[in-house]
Design a protein around this ligand. Structure first.
Ligand code: HSE
Length: 420
């Protein structure tokens, strides 16, 4: 049986989850993974009252973990710059690295992989995307014979947890607090609800599938913080639900990369994944569309991904942490894409209001597929819900401004519709 001596850097939710998983599932890991994992040292700036590490050595300076007799540094401190320094120091000291940190791989992946390759060690990061739900090794190993053309997924567990609870009538704020309590959300949940976490993850997947650099260039990112409960009701009436979707796609000679809320058909595969689940669709030439789903956040799910990296390190020579496949780097201009849109417009209930709103769409040459005036709100206001025909993204901002400039309108919300 193979043996790996590891040092864990970090002693928070994810690190203690890994500790407990290795302790409790050791027999399974030995049997299935042919691997005996020994935790030699833990880098913990402070004790964690929720977990007793027993007699395992503790380093208060996480950088000192690297100086111990270990094969692998498991980086679970999160953040970007200190994590980068820690990983680079580990690599220079000829230690393999396993990390769950999507932000550091997104921002410094190419530098880290080049350094690893120069030093003859590996950096594995399965749990950086979708926690333990396997996608990194699936893309790099199992699909090696395939031409991947598109990846679309719900990559942020917290967002899906919030959205699927809002769909059932819950309010945003208490559900976000519950996601934090359950250990799904990032220490700064802005990353979850404003789309950055999903953006980091799709950036990593795009790099693996299409060779875009890490970091990639700027791309469109929007979170779920502006979605309202009523949007689910109106979406449902039209056969849709609201999800947060991240997409990378090989679009002729450029790569389409984006992460934002969407309306998707409520009978689709992704629409039916609720709670903290992540779901990904991978379009390939040999397998057709592949569907992957599982828990995308939380300490147990993340521990599953970290252990899979340790098993891979011990048993496989395939190196997934290489940054050599940099053939296509240009990102498509988001403003050149076209989308159908859902619009929620809160307007005064006065004669001619519909006509003035529809004239704004007509002015921009945007067709309307359906338009309905919904039940009255307070103070003589009325919601108008419409679905547009597809139109170019570069017209969207002006269109919203023009509608908001109408005296009779005091609120406009719009969500793109994902059609394929
Ligand atoms: N905060 C992340 C999420 C954790 O909610 O998906 C897993 O990366």
């Amino acid at each position: 049986m193979k043996k790996l001596k590891i040092g864990i850097c970090g002693w928070g939710n994810v690190a203690t989850g890994l500790f407990n998983t290795i302790k409790n599932n050791n027999d399974k890991i030995r049997l299935n993974g042919n691997l005996d994992i020994e935790i030699v040292v833990i880098g913990a700036r402070r004790d964690n009252p929720k977990c007793n590490p027993g007699d395992i050595k503790i380093e208060r300076d996480i950088f000192d973990v690297i100086d111990n007799e270990i094969d692998v540094v498991v980086e679970l401190i999160g953040g970007v710059e200190v994590a980068r320094d820690l990983i680079l120091k580990a690599i220079k000291n000829k230690k393999h690295v396993v990390t769950a940190n999507k932000a550091v791989i997104f921002h410094h992946g190419d530098e880290i992989f080049n350094e690893a390759s120069a030093n003859g060690v590996k950096v594995l990061f399965e749990s950086s995307v979708c926690a333990g739900t396997p996608i990194i090794k699936l893309l790099t190993e199992e699909l090696s014979a395939n031409n991947v053309t598109k990846i679309a997924g719900m990559l942020n567990g917290t967002s899906n947890f919030i959205l699927s609870n809002m769909e059932e009538g819950a309010d945003f704020k208490p559900i976000l607090e519950l996601a934090q309590k359950e250990g799904y959300a990032e220490p700064d949940p802005t990353f979850d609800i404003e789309g950055m976490d999903a953006a980091h993850k799709i950036g990593i997947l795009s790099s693996l599938a299409f060779g875009t650099p890490l970091p990639p260039g700027d791309f469109y990112v929007e979170g779920i913080s502006k979605i309202e409960k009523i949007d689910f009701k109106y979406a449902k009436e039209m056969g849709y639900t609201v999800k947060h979707l991240a997409v990378c796609k090989n679009n002729e000679d450029k790569i389409e990369l984006r992460a934002h809320p969407v309306l998707i058909k409520d009978n689709s595969y992704l629409a039916n994944l609720k709670s903290v689940r992540n779901g990904i669709e991978v379009e390939t030439d040999l397998l057709g569309t592949l569907h992957i789903a599982g828990s995308g956040a939380g300490q147990e799910s993340t521990a599953s991904g970290v252990v899979s990296d340790l098993v891979h390190l011990a048993n496989s020579n395939i190196n997934i942490s290489k940054s050599t496949k940099k053939n296509k780097c240009d990102l498509i201009d988001f403003l050149s894409l076209s989308f159908q849109y859902y619009f929620y417009i809160k307007a005064e209930d006065i004669p001619g209001v519909m006509a003035s709103i529809t004239s704004m769409f007509a002015e921009k040459g945007v067709g309307i597929e359906s338009i309905v005036q919904k039940e009255d709100l307070k103070e003589n206001m009325v919601p108008i819900v419409l679905i547009t025909d597809p139109f170019i993204e570069s017209d969207h901002k002006d269109l919203v401004t023009n509608i908001l400039n109408l005296d009779s309108v005091n609120e406009v919300r719009s969500i793109r519709i994902e059609t394929d």
